[in-house]
Design a protein around this ligand. Structure first.
Ligand code: FAD
Length: 543
């Protein structure tokens, strides 16, 4: 099967960049009744979005700067994601020791948490999920009981709060794209925009190149919004050379290690080989049976400029030294890491991380009308930013359309109004009986209500309910379902982002070989192409 790209004749809106920001923007567009298209040069959510530390923040960090607006947006978006995709999100209890310093003083933090709980209630107008109100202080004895290797002399207790965590951030992002596609929007992965077109000072569309066939495609539209992160300046500067150098970016890094350190996310002050610890915090979060450590920030991007994110060996060793000193002498080496996440985050001219998104109108800097650039700073707040973007577009350019009632708008993967539905209970008993509890649990966590369609994909082929070679709980039936329904064109789309298996570390060699051969027959790859796909997937794990 080869894919064909057949765009509509004209769009109200062309969105360039299918990370979480572009994906949610497409969904918002379709909910508002616009005829929109999303164009992504790689796979959906394979850029910085794939490298998030998976935390849906409730905004507690903005208490320090008293940024109430950010607390409101973060806590609202966190709750909204959890409602839309209960299968892909879960509460993340978090702990941060208090000590005798002013910045970690127990009573100051206690007062802060009291105020935070109050704000959550006010912002959610009483409808806040009680799990997110478990914020306060615990005693020194309780903290030491929970984290036994902590030095009791250094802590006076701990602040505890609950955030949310995404188990597959790429799949959650893709769910917005798929929902929009099912409702009539177009979305093309592996289509790279090489030029934004304009005529008489107004945007008219884009020219893009299909990265799979090398064919050129033209799309016509009234408005173009870029959500292309650090790649934006390549697209914008030819049209608008005087645009303030959209942003500077830093690389942000997380390391994932297959060890279970704690059932809490722990934020500890970074220890140094000698002297008191730094004020900076390092987090260790439990994620898919592993521990995700982060986040470190390194200045400058490594060439080539279009890079998806790399770190040097020295930088990795620096991260490991800090982990080993801070988290109880773990003695980890680079070989212990199952994955290294690297993404790009915007910083200001003083190299400080930006706290707030920017919606830039290049027309104000001499560019054409109808062009906007959105630069997000957190996965969490993509929902609020999409709404704000449309408020601006509707004020300036787009004419408002009636909004589909949001409370009933479900997301692909959770096509139900009940957030406590058990997707396993929707399966027919004979099929359910054939699958192990662990397999059912994994399918429910990754696919939600879509698991039913997967296990019932072709009941005449019982072998589809067998585990994939090299796995215990991933089914053969996932491959044909995903190939047929989820815009899968490359091996990493399947294994890393849709199944989530390769998002947790390098899959088993037998699993890779089996999936590659199945994709080969479905997509008509040549033997050489199949080999290239396998080595490109393996390259994904060697940053
Ligand atoms: C290490 C790390 C940890 C983080 N942890 C968290 C966290 O715990 N919680 C949180 O809320 N946030 C976190 N963040 C921030 C969050 O991940 C980002 O803010 C968010 O993912 C940015 O999404 P985006 O859509 O703007 O960018 P991206 O995901 O980079 O998307 C941009 C897309 O544009 C595409 N593109 C570029 N050029 C073109 C072109 N010419 N044509 C078509 N497409 C193009 C790219 O391929 C890419 O997919 C973290 C970030 C990092 C790096």
């Amino acid at each position: 099967m080869t894919r064909t790209i057949s765009p509509k004749q004209h769009y109200d809106l062309i969105i360039i960049g299918g990370g979480i920001y572009g994906s949610v923007l497409l969904w918002e567009a379709i909910n508002r009744g616009y005829n929109a298209v999303l164009v992504e040069s790689g796979d959906f959510c394979s850029g910085t979005t794939a490298n998030t530390a998976k935390i849906l923040h409730g905004g507690i960090r903005y208490l320090q700067s008293l940024n109430l607006r950010r607390i409101k947006e973060s806590s609202h978006d966190r709750q909204h994601y959890c409602k839309l995709a209960p299968h892909l999100t879960s509460p993340l209890p978090s702990l941060m020791p208090t000590d005798r310093s002013l910045s970690r003083n127990r009573w100051i933090m206690g007062a802060g948490f009291y105020g935070y709980n109050l704000l959550l209630r006010i912002f959610a107008q009483g409808e806040v999920d009680p799990v997110f109100l478990k914020n306060g202080l615990i005693s020194q004895a309780e903290m030491i009981d929970r984290v036994r290797w902590l030095d009791p002399k250094r802590v006076t207790g701990a602040a505890q709060w609950t955030d949310a965590q995404v188990n597959n951030a790429e799949r959650l992002g893709f769910s917005f794209v798929k929902t929009a596609m099912d409702a009539g929007a177009d979305a093309f992965n592996y289509l790279r925009v090489k030029e934004i077109l304009s005529k008489r000072g107004a945007v008219t569309g884009v020219v893009a190149v299909d990265q799979l066939s090398n064919k050129t495609v033209a799309l016509s539209g009234d408005l173009v919004v870029t959500t292309t992160g650090h790649w934006s300046r390549h697209l914008l500067s030819p049209l608008c050379p005087s645009i303030p150098s959209t942003h500077h970016f830093q690389r942000a890094v997380n390391l994932i290690v297959p060890l279970s350190l704690s059932s809490y996310a722990l934020g500890l002050k970074v220890k140094k080989p000698s002297g008191p610890p730094e004020r900076r915090l390092l987090f260790a979060s439990p994620w898919q049976g592993q521990t995700l450590f982060g986040t470190w920030y390194f200045k400058g991007l490594l060439p080539p400029a279009e890079d998806r994110g790399r770190v040097t060996d020295d930088e990795i060793n620096h991260c490991l030294d800090e982990i080993n000193l801070t988290f109880g002498n773990l003695e980890l080496t680079a070989d212990d890491c199952s994955l290294i996440h690297v993404g790009h985050l915007p910083v200001d001219s003083k190299e400080r991380l930006m706290e707030k998104e920017e919606i830039i109108d290049p027309h104000r800097h001499g560019g054409p009308t109808g062009l906007y650039a959105v630069q997000g700073v957190k996965y969490t707040t993509a929902l609020s930013v999409a709404k704000k973007t449309f408020q601006l577009l509707e004020k300036r350019t787009l004419s408002q359309r009636p909004i589909t009632h949001r409370a009933t708008t479900s997301l692909y993967g959770w096509e139900s109004d009940q957030s406590d539905l058990d997707p396993i209970s929707t399966l027919k008993e004979p099929i359910r009986a054939k699958l192990s509890p662990m397999t059912l649990e994994r399918l429910a966590r990754n696919y939600g209500t879509v698991m039913k369609r997967i296990v019932e994909w072709d009941v005449r082929q019982p072998s589809l309910l067998e585990p994939l070679p090299g796995t215990d709980n991933t089914l053969c039936a996932e491959i044909p379902y995903l190939l047929e329904n989820e815009a899968v064109y490359r091996l990493s789309d399947l294994l890393v982002r849709r199944m989530g298996l390769g998002g947790e570390g390098r899959p088993n060699t037998d699993t890779i070989a089996f999936c590659a051969s199945q994709m080969s027959s479905y997509l008509g790859w040549t033997p050489d192409q199949e080999k290239r796909e396998i080595s490109s997937l393996i390259g994904h794990y060697n940053r």
